[in-house]
Ligand binder design. Structure first.
Ligand SMILES: [Zn+2]
Length: 369
């Protein structure tokens, strides 16, 4: 019941172009405020729903009864959609105030070329899904499109093969793929044990994994199955580090991993009002400082937007995805030609698909391993 109210409020905010809103009781009324200042919209709710909504958010973020919480991730999902974001319950003059930030990521099933992969990367993906067994890892920080890549790849891999997809928050039902909602089982291991008995050729996982779950997936690959999984990490190197920390040794990593694909999403600037510009020394220095290798990839031309009626009207600008793929040879060696994310990002900045200033911001916020 309460999830339904929360969905209604989220839709109300979204339709008015807001991704932030708050809920607070004032003078025996409950108000939902979307946005800030002059652009704010208000929705008056039945005050009795307040306790209900708070209790639902506590459940969604895993907080105890009466506890406050700060900046916790939440997800609501059903057959039609996923709503996710971050929630805080903080003290206020009228008792407590609930603050919500909605996430803008909506996983989609796309062709490989529409995902933003270049030709070499598309070929890497195609070769990988044609393997009978091994492990494909799709990794990205939260909100950077890993689920879209997961669904798109799984759809291709699953044709004519018996495939199972274990998901924490099932959204898309892909034809021919058996979707398993992980929350219906006591443990991840229980699901894997079940699939090992069944005639499963592909086991795909878009779910939060513990170390023991990762080990279970290695057993599945050792048994001759193709495993596709997502990890919430920003780079391929960070994923390798996590696997070692999970207790997978280098030999097992080398034997099973076919490829690790890491990706990052950038805001796609408007192409109608782009003009060539010189970003100046500081931006270049910041990027070179973080990734000295970018000197070799620095674009000939960079672009900036003048700002036009077209781009000013767009509330949710499209995204540009950048990928890096660590592709492994059958003897476990890293295949030559590995190109880091920053190479892809600079290439796309050189064609106006990414703003160089966003790469500079990334350089400042991205920490080395
Ligand atoms: Zn424009």
């Amino acid at each position: 019941m309460s999830e339904k109210i929360i969905k209604t409020i989220c839709h109300y905010a979204n339709e008015r172009g807001h991704s932030h809103f708050s809920l607070e009781a004032k003078d025996d009324n409950l108000f939902c405020t979307c946005g800030y200042g002059e652009n704010a919209n208000y929705l008056q709710l039945d005050p009795e729903t307040e306790l209900n909504i708070k209790a639902t958010f506590r459940r969604l973020v895993g907080a105890n009864e009466n506890d406050l919480f700060h900046n916790k991730r939440f997800k609501i999902s059903d057959a039609e959609e996923i709503i996710k974001g971050r929630a805080s319950l903080i003290p206020s003059s009228s008792g407590e105030k609930l603050l919500i930030s909605l996430s803008a990521e909506h996983p989609r099933i796309l062709r490989l070329s529409a995902l933003g992969l270049n030709k070499t990367q598309r070929n890497n993906f195609k070769q990988a899904i044609n393997k009978k067994s091994g492990i494909i890892i799709i990794t990205a920080a939260e909100e950077n499109g890993a689920s879209s890549t997961y669904y798109s790849l799984l759809q291709l891999a699953a044709s004519k093969r018996s495939a199972y997809s274990i998901e924490d928050f099932p959204l898309h039902k892909i034809e021919g793929v058996n979707t398993i909602n992980s929350s219906h089982y006591e443990s991840f291991n229980q699901i894997i044990e079940k699939l090992m008995i069944l005639d499963s050729e592909i086991i795909a996982v878009d779910a939060a994994l513990k170390n023991s779950d990762i080990k279970a997936l290695w057993r599945a690959a050792d048994s001759g199955r193709l495993v596709i999984l997502t990890l919430p990490l920003a780079s391929a190197a960070a994923s390798l580090k996590l696997l070692r920390q999970a207790g997978i040794n280098s030999k097992d990593i080398a034997e099973q991993i076919i490829l690790i694909s890491a990706q990052k999403l950038f805001t796609r600037p408007c192409s109608r009002c782009a003009q060539v510009f010189d970003p100046g020394k500081e931006i270049k220095q910041n990027i070179l400082h973080r990734w000295p290798i970018s000197k070799a990839y620095w674009p000939q031309k960079l672009y900036r937007q003048r700002g036009c009626t077209y781009c000013q009207k767009k509330k949710t600008p499209p995204k540009t995805a950048v990928f890096e793929i660590m592709h492994f040879l059958s003897d476990g060696r890293l295949q030559k030609g590995y190109e880091p994310l920053i190479k892809g990002a600079l290439d796309k900045a050189g064609t106006g698909l990414i703003n160089i200033e966003e790469i500079a911001t990334w350089a400042e916020s991205d920490t080395k391993l």
